[in-house]
Ligand binder design. Structure first.
Ligand SMILES: *Cc1c(COP(=O)(O)O)cnc(C)c1O
Length: 386
């Protein structure tokens, strides 16, 4: 991602900023398109991972739909050229206003997460004189084997309808007149690196789908959500996730009916590797056990380490060809001890003014920025604007 020439260009911009290499995004999108070619698969990009317009423009060109979790995401997707019928809408707490927005937009599906939600959507659809297209988000109780803050498919999580609620669900589905059941939806977590998890998901989806078939309920699609992880440790070894391996799990293990389509909602795997947070070292401070490299970017720009204990690969771009033999705790300037990008990180000897890159920052990075400490938002610079 960082040639010598590019590092020189990066140096001329005020830090901190998000740097996006859209060539990496394009290569990633192409890999996904190739992996799903000639299959009844539809990919919805999970817009919450990164909603920048230039990113959405390329995703749209690749023919993907959108996965949303708020009314404003639906509006933003429409504004960026996506059609209502390409938009899926999940979330455990959809407000009446958001449901109305979605009804007006004529979305692909409400991914319904509870029976009370189903009833409210039915009521609001009646009022709007519309039929709401829905998928039922089922909680499959499959362990995603990822950080517990990004695990969503276990019974203890707030997401989806549980197995023991199925009978009540079937009763409601028969009763409610303003909804049309189109599919089943699942999403068990994020940053899933162990692909056997998706095999377990397929097996569970097959079991749950048979419950619907036994009742002669037709489903035109199955939506298995997102969750495919990326390589945060060594991004350059895996700039493009192994989409062939991912999709082939579903080829092998999911039972699709002849006219059924299979939908995916990938977020992180699409955009994570195309960005880095670029920052400068403000001070190097000698501590008791360790030296601190204090950056001008912090948890306000990238909260993932503080929020999920995640670690991103950190590079000293000013010393990119030097050997990493010194250890630093790399921290931000925010008044929180959790404002730390990594402990005991091996770097070349690092000094005030060095340009630093925090890699794999394209997903759940800029979108989660805050102005805590009344900081300015970081700027955005694309590879063709350097
Ligand atoms: C966040 C989310 C996704 C995307 O997850 P990734 O791990 O980024 O692929 C997909 N579906 C739903 C319902 C989500 O909430």
């Amino acid at each position: 991602m960082f040639t010598k020439e590019r590092v020189e260009q990066l140096k001329s911009h005020a830090t901190p900023y998000y740097f996006y290499d859209l060539d990496i995004l394009d290569a990633t999108l192409l890999a996904i398109q190739n992996a799903v070619k000639n299959k009844p698969y539809v990919v919805h990009y999970a817009i919450k991972a990164n909603a920048n317009e230039r990113i959405l423009e390329r995703i749209k060109k690749s023919g993907f739909g959108i996965d949303t979790v708020s009314g404003n995401e639906i509006k933003w997707a429409l504004k960026n050229g996506f059609k209502g019928n390409e938009i899926a809408f999940a979330g455990v707490g959809k407000s009446d206003e958001e449901i109305q927005t979605a009804l007006e937009a004529g979305i692909f599906t409400f991914n319904v997460e509870s029976i009370p939600e189903l009833q409210v959507i039915d009521e609001l659809a009646a009022k709007a004189g519309k039929k709401a297209l829905i998928a039922i988000r089922l909680n499959p109780n499959v362990n995603a084997k990822t950080h517990h803050y990004i695990t969503t498919g276990l019974e203890e999580n707030k997401f989806g309808i549980n197995y023991w609620e199925l009978n009540e669900l079937f009763e409601q589905l028969e009763k409610l007149q303003n909804i049309e059941l189109k599919g089943l939806h699942f999403h068990i977590g994020s940053q899933i690196r162990d692909l056997s998890v998706f095999k377990n998901l397929c097996n569970r989806v097959n079991e749950l789908q048979s419950e619907f078939r036994e009742r002669n309920i037709d489903l035109d699609h199955i939506n298995v959500g997102g969750g495919l992880g990326v390589n945060y440790q060594s991004p350059d070894e895996e700039l493009i996730p192994d989409f062939d391996a991912f999709f082939s799990i579903f080829d092998q293990f999911i039972d699709l009916l002849p006219n059924q389509s299979l939908h995916f909602e990938l977020g992180r795997a699409v955009v994570a590797q195309c960005a880095a947070l670029i920052s400068k070292v403000l001070f190097v401070k000698e501590g008791v056990k360790t030296n601190f490299a204090i950056l001008d970017a912090g948890m306000t720009e990238l909260i993932r380490p503080a929020l999920y204990q995640s670690s991103h690969h950190i590079q000293n771009l000013s010393k990119i060809n030097e050997e990493a033999t010194y250890k630093y705790d790399v921290v931000g300037p925010i008044c929180e001890s959790s404002d730390c990008f990594g402990k005991a990180i091996l770097l070349p000897k690092t000094e005030r003014g060095d340009l630093m890159a925090i890699r794999t920052a394209g997903a759940y990075g800029q979108v989660m920025s805050s102005q805590y400490n009344l900081r300015d938002f970081a700027k955005t610079i694309y590879h063709d604007e350097l």
